[in-house]
Design a binder for this molecule. Structure first.
Ligand SMILES: Cc1cc2nc3c(=O)[nH]c(=O)nc-3n(C[C@H](O)[C@H](O)[C@H](O)COP(=O)(O)OP(=O)(O)OC[C@H]3O[C@@H](n4cnc5c(N)ncnc54)[C@H](O)[C@@H]3O)c2cc1C
Length: 415
């Protein structure tokens, strides 16, 4: 029942549990914060959007294994550059936009979800004990499991900064250069960043296929442009070769070097090896198989509600990389999904409170779009514009800081 000040007399706060405090999860949480304050969500790009007609009390809980928000897309630079690293990880407690009595954080790993009872099991990091967290609505945004050096090993900011220091030292001090294995999106960005950060260091990129980015659904001219830019910055590229053996060698009894044997028989010695070939795996093991595709992504309707045959599916939403949605996985897409999921939860709550039928925002298919930051230049591909590249493009896509300002300061960090 609406009151004079627009607050719906719901009798209690609706509990929303968000698993994963990154682009998708935080976009959902902040959309709910904005709506429950009677504001147009900060992620809305619709100039005609109006504030919600009613306000509803909402209590949001965000569960994450990390102690803060990590700007993943800057990872190739953050892991090798201490100054940049410091800007890339913000503890949840230090994020102004999240300082609200309506949001609490649990640091821990979600290990199970009972959709029928609407309870999640969380292994809390601090106490190393399991807690049951009941909810009315669930948003799963825990993304894909990636390994070092694509992502840091650390789960706390303080440890992350130490980890970066060690990693940056390893790269600087590698006597016979650095080899990166794997010329996918992560490998090419990492190679370019290392060469820009430590120009005197020899950086070699080894890829098993005839062209870089061979598993991306992108045309050859995109991959060729990436190769040209890597050559320009001084990265040495070896294509159509697999590393079949890596042997540790003690060059001077002190610093270790590595001998790599390639499938063509060639051998090369290097001071440091970084693998960028591991396939990311969905983190959805806490959900029942009925909710998932064969490869572990969460099946969703265009409203982002679960579409698998699980109880209370209309109260369960998936966002970001974990959602089974077409198109190249991107943080912009994750935030867009988070915005829609937050809005649709709010609509569902209003309907439950008797304020009419929910008006859901529905997601269109995502086109295959990509933008790569390669040192001082970017390369992008869209279906409309094809391949573009250049220094101006880097600024328009990533700003001066690998998208740090674009993505976190404006929309996620600032209140
Ligand atoms: C190196 C690299 C560069 C990239 N560059 C770009 C780019 O330039 N542009 C672009 O658009 N996209 C880029 N991407 C893709 C983009 O980063 C992802 O699409 C985006 O991070 C997805 O966001 P998400 O919120 O779904 O998940 P994630 O960002 O992966 O976050 C998931 C969160 O869930 C937490 N978590 C995981 N499991 C659990 C659990 N069981 N319990 C509790 N918490 C859990 C994690 O700690 C993490 O905080 C890049 C990706 C990588 C790896």
């Amino acid at each position: 029942m609406p009151s004079n000040d627009g607050v719906l007399a719901a009798g209690r706060a609706f509990r929303v549990l968000v698993i994963g405090g990154s682009y998708g999860g935080l976009a959902a949480a902040l959309t709910l914060v904005d709506l429950s304050r009677g504001r147009v969500p900060r992620f809305s790009s619709n100039p005609d959007a109006t504030p919600p007609p009613h306000r509803v009390p909402i209590q949001i809980t965000v569960a994450d294994e990390r102690d803060g928000y990590y700007h993943l897309i800057g990872s190739p630079k953050a892991l090798a550059c201490e100054n940049f690293a410091s800007e890339s990880w913000t503890r949840f407690q230090d994020i102004p936009a999240l300082k609200s009595p309506n949001i609490k954080f649990i640091r821990g790993s979600v290990s199970g979800v009972d959709c029928a009872a609407k309870v999640a099991q969380i292994l809390e990091t601090e106490t190393n004990s399991k807690r049951a967290e009941p909810y009315d609505y669930l948003v799963v945004g825990s993304g894909l499991r990636r390994v070092f050096p694509t992502v840091p090993r650390s789960l706390r900011r303080a440890e992350f900064l130490e980890e970066v220091k060690r990693h940056a030292d390893d790269i600087r001090q590698a006597r016979e250069g650095v080899v990166i294995i794997g010329g996918g999106a992560v490998g090419v960005e990492m190679a370019a960043e290392l060469k820009i950060l430590v120009p005197e260091q020899k950086v070699t990129l080894i890829h098993s296929r005839k062209r870089l980015l061979s598993s991306e659904p992108l045309p050859d001219d995109f991959a060729e442009r990436v190769e040209t830019i890597l050559n320009e910055v001084g990265v040495e590229i070896i294509l159509e070769q697999r590393v079949i053996e890596t042997t540790a060698v003690n060059a001077d009894g002190e610093r270790r070097t590595w001998r790599l044997t390639l499938s063509g028989g060639q051998q090369l010695v290097t001071g440091h090896v970084l693998s960028a070939i591991s396939r990311p795996i969905p983190t959805s093991t806490y959900l029942s198989p009925e909710a998932l595709t064969d490869d572990g992504y969460v099946k969703v309707h265009s409203s982002l509600q679960f579409s698998g045959s699980v109880p209370n599916s209309e109260h369960h939403f998936a966002v970001g990389d974990l959602a089974a949605w077409n198109g190249i996985k991107r943080c912009g897409g994750a935030m867009h999904m988070g915005h829609y999921a937050g809005n649709n939860i709010y609509q569902h709550i209003l309907a439950e409170c008797g304020a009419g039928k929910p008006r859901f925002m529905t997601l269109n298919p995502f086109p295959n779009v990509i933008g790569l930051a390669l040192g001082h230049k970017a390369v992008s591909w869209t279906p409309d514009e094809g391949t573009r590249h250049g220094e101006d493009l880097l600024i328009s896509l990533f700003g001066e800081d690998m998208g740090n300002t674009n993505f976190q300061r404006v929309e996620i960090i600032c209140d």
